[in-house]
Design a binder for this molecule. Sequence first.
Ligand SMILES: N[C@@H](CCC(=O)N[C@@H](CS)C(=O)NCC(=O)O)C(=O)O
Length: 240
Amino acid sequence: MAQAQDKFVLYSANICPFAQRAWLALLYKGVDFEILTCDLNDKQEFFTKAYAKALGHDPSSNGKVPILDHNGKFLTESLAIVRYLDLLFPDTKPLFPKKPIDRVAVELITEFAGGVVGGFYGVLSEKDDQKRQEKKKQLKGNCEISKEGPFYLGDQISFFEIATFPFVDRFIVNEFLFEKGQGMTLEECFEGNDRLKHWYEALKKQPFVQAVHAKIVKDSGEKTVYDFFIKQYKEYAKKR
Ligand SMILES: N[C@@H](CCC(=O)N[C@@H](CS)C(=O)NCC(=O)O)C(=O)O
């Protein structure tokens, strides 16, 4: 368990939805931490060195965010970091229900929603028109979540929300990346799925989510977090 004098440093990048998972978990749990912004296009030495010694790092990569430094122990992989924080702070806003079957349900919905993540990036990177249309349909099919709300467990935020929100928060990018009519609008992403829309809107109002948005706006100088995402992903799409 964590001690009051523990030191946490998050290596992050504002564009990265994976890093945002770890960032959200730290804020949601009220952990005191420092954040280091990494440049993914021109990786700083402090970043590559931290990554090389992080538990769970990919040896074929010279650096990925997020990385969590906890008292000099480095850990990478966003979902491992979120689980780790939950283990360190089990009594502060737990991210899993206590009952094993309910815990497994949260793990399963999160895994299922991983299809949304893959699907979203699949639409973004697909250059063939017909294939893109097919992928758009699959993405919609993957957006079903449970009936009650606003969150998966009702009023309680869980691992699922922390893991999934950053990706849904970037759906808007899709409509600005392609020629008119090729990308999906935000309305289309949520069409026929009021439950997902309601979930998303409720999360956007949460103070820990707003804190992330506010820092990105401040760092980037853009008017909104979405202006920042759109600009950054346009650059990313150009390079592909
Ligand atoms: N599976 C990793 C993915 C992390 C990841 O791909 N991060 C990207 C930014 S969104 C990155 O750092 N890319 C740098 C690179 O691959 O060179 C996680 O869940 O943390």
